[in-house]
Design a protein around this ligand. Structure first.
Ligand SMILES: Cc1cc2nc3c(=O)[nH]c(=O)nc-3n(C[C@H](O)[C@H](O)[C@H](O)COP(=O)(O)O)c2cc1C
Length: 217
């Protein structure tokens, strides 16, 4: 009987779980949303997001890779919010975050910080109050940065941590990847040209998935 088997199966197969004692076994997939903070054609941050999506899928996550180009939002203005409420695309983004257990964001660096496209999307989502829409808070995030300089977008990642923690009540992984000299860091097929960032990204993805599974219990 499934009920009797559950403790054994749960111990042996941690990715399986029994929902609310119904005695039915379901596969619990690890769902991760991936996107970049740039919609520029050929964006370096989008290349990092694409590799992260592939790596997470290799590690058995169910990956949803999106582009913010598909969720255009007006520049936040409190008058617009008072007049028209939260735009549909902000609600859609919040629903996507709500539906995942993890989120990987890859950000470019603009003037030592995150770009306005990404900040604006986070600002709009953060305006959805608890109980008034999708429950996007307390999700686990892992971050990456890209820059053609030596710092690899690290300053943007620092600011992104702060904004996500405050705005989305995000839980943010300590492990991160910053890709320096990003213009030469990717080959034509969209892979890393150097093994070091590939190894770091693998670690970031492993830690994210491992932490999601541990938090799920
Ligand atoms: C307004 C602006 C500010 C920038 N500031 C920085 C910066 O502070 N540090 C840096 O490494 N690169 C900076 N850059 C260069 C961008 O990181 C670079 O254009 C990058 O390729 C943009 O990201 P993407 O390729 O993902 O679109 C800046 C670019 C722009 C347009």
């Amino acid at each position: 009987m499934p009920d009797a088997l559950c403790p054994v199966l749960l111990a042996a197969l941690p990715r399986y779980n029994a929902p609310h004692g119904q005695g039915r076994l379901i596969l619990q997939s690890t769902r991760v949303l991936v996107f970049a903070g740039s919609i520029r054609t050929g964006a370096l941050s989008a290349k990092l997001a694409a590799i992260a999506a592939r790596e997470l899928a290799v590690q058995d996550a169910e990956v949803t890779l999106i582009s913010l180009a598909d969720y255009p939002l007006p520049l936040y203005n409190g008058d617009d919010e008072a007049r028209s409420g939260i735009p549909d695309n902000a609600l859609k983004l919040a629903r996507l975050i709500e539906a995942q257990q993890g989120v990987f964001i890859s950000t470019p660096e603009y003037n030592h910080s995150l770009p306005p496209l990404l900040k604006n999307a986070i600002d709009w989502v953060s305006r959805i109050k608890p109980g008034k829409g999708p429950d996007y808070r307390y999700r686990l995030f892992a971050l990456g940065g890209t820059s053609d300089g030596f710092i690899g977008g690290a300053r943007a990642v620092v600011d992104l941590r702060k904004v996500l923690a405050y705005g989305l009540k995000a839980i943010i992984m300590p492990d991160q990847i910053t890709v320096s000299k990003a213009k030469v860091a990717f080959d034509e097929a969209g892979n890393f040209t150097d093994p070091a960032p590939a190894a770091q990204l693998k670690l970031v993805c492993e830690k994210l998935i491992e932490t999601i599974r541990r938090m799920r219990g």
